[in-house]
Write a protein that binds this ligand. Structure first.
Ligand code: OGA
Length: 342
């Protein structure tokens, strides 16, 4: 329990050895404050109802063919709810150690988890500079009873946020349906069955050049929607790491591995990472959308043609996480997609 960074890192004068990345894997000089990437479009979702809809869908498809990331504004989730969610988790991570102790777990299979560092603090050799909360939320009634009751509004705020994020994620997935030319609702059932918040707290770090909040990776799931307060998220573009601009009340939409597979490479899983800073704690609220464990992952048949052959093998989604984790732990490379390429 004392391992939770949010319990001890404010007094840390230096970075403990089990957080220090090997010299050749650390952020390069200057990377910690890399400028923001200007190619990540900010899409105003309220414009979708107008005449420009086709143009916007085409823009989303084009940018995600090689970048895998865009931001959305006027997305329908209220600013008040977004602020409530961010503030709730700030309060959560600031609770006294005794209050957090009852939620802490090193069991990777637990439904609700407060953990630190990385997937497993004990197994993983180098820890990431963060604490995290992860659980599922869909459908709400099957999940809510396992959630914390501290802070007092946890269930109310996370419940309301989860319902809104469900609506938004299905809306965005339908834009991909339009762009890919498949029927609306294609992703609405088994392919998006699992949803949850994954909330990260990255406390200030005495030396950000030695650590990562999260090192380079693509996400294992289908789609990620991310709310961030301050700079820290970076994307790899043309051989360079660049920042993802924190825009108040926007969501960063991230294409993940399963969407790259299902779209037969027409959408690209974004290569991303998180750097830390010396002065201000960063909080990010990630909403992950994942297929059900039994879902079969494979490119949509209509997207495979003589000129665009099938790029990925077919497999059951529950196999993926083990392979993904092995990739992250070794580390073999930034993305487990390699293991499924034909
Ligand atoms: C992740 C991740 C980004 C962030 O959860 O895998 O990359 O900004 N998060 O916290």
């Amino acid at each position: 329990m004392s391992t939770l960074l949010s319990n001890w890192s404010t007094n840390a004068q230096s970075v403990p050895a089990n957080y220090v990345f090997p010299q050749d894997k650390r952020p390069a000089t200057g990377d910690i404050t890399a400028p923001v990437c200007k190619d990540i479009p900010v899409i105003d979702l309220s414009q979708l109802e107008g005449l420009d809809r086709d143009k916007i869908v085409k823009q989303i498809m084009k940018v995600n063919q090689d970048l895998g990331m865009f931001q959305v504004i006027n997305h329908g989730v209220s600013e008040e709810l977004m602020d409530d969610m961010m503030n709730l988790f700030k309060e959560f991570f600031n609770m006294p150690a005794e209050d957090k102790a009852m939620y802490y777990s090193e069991d990777e299979n637990k439904g609700f988890r407060l953990y630190t560092g990385t997937l497993n603090y004990v197994k993983d050799r180098i820890n990431k500079w963060k604490d995290s909360v992860k659980h599922t939320c869909h459908p709400l009634e099957d999940n809510i009873q396992s959630w914390p009751q501290k802070p007092a509004r946890y269930r109310e705020v996370v419940g309301a946020y989860s319902l809104e994020m469900r609506k938004l994620s299905l809306r965005i997935l339908d834009l991909f349906c339009e762009g890919l030319g498949v029927e609306l609702g294609y992703f609405a059932d088994e392919l998006s069955k699992q949803q949850g918040p994954l909330v990260h707290r990255y406390p200030p770090c005495p030396d950000p050049s030695l650590v990562f909040g999260v090192d380079g990776h693509t996400d294992s799931n289908l789609l990620t929607l991310l709310q961030q307060d301050i700079y820290g998220l970076q994307i790899f573009k043309n051989g360079q790491w660049l920042g993802v601009e924190p825009i108040p009340h926007a969501f960063v939409i991230i294409i993940c591995d399963q969407l790259e597979i299902i779209s037969n490479g027409k959408l690209k899983s974004a290569l991303q990472r998180v750097v830390t800073n010396t002065s201000v704690a960063r909080t990010s609220v990630v909403t992950f959308i994942s297929p059900s464990l039994e879902s079969i992952m494979e490119p949509i048949k209509d997207l495979v043609t003589a000129s665009e052959p099938q790029l990925f093998k077919s497999f059951r989604f529950k196999e993926y996480f083990g392979i993904y984790t092995a990739y992250l732990r070794e580390p073999k490379g930034p993305t487990a997609l390699e293991a499924y390429k034909l």
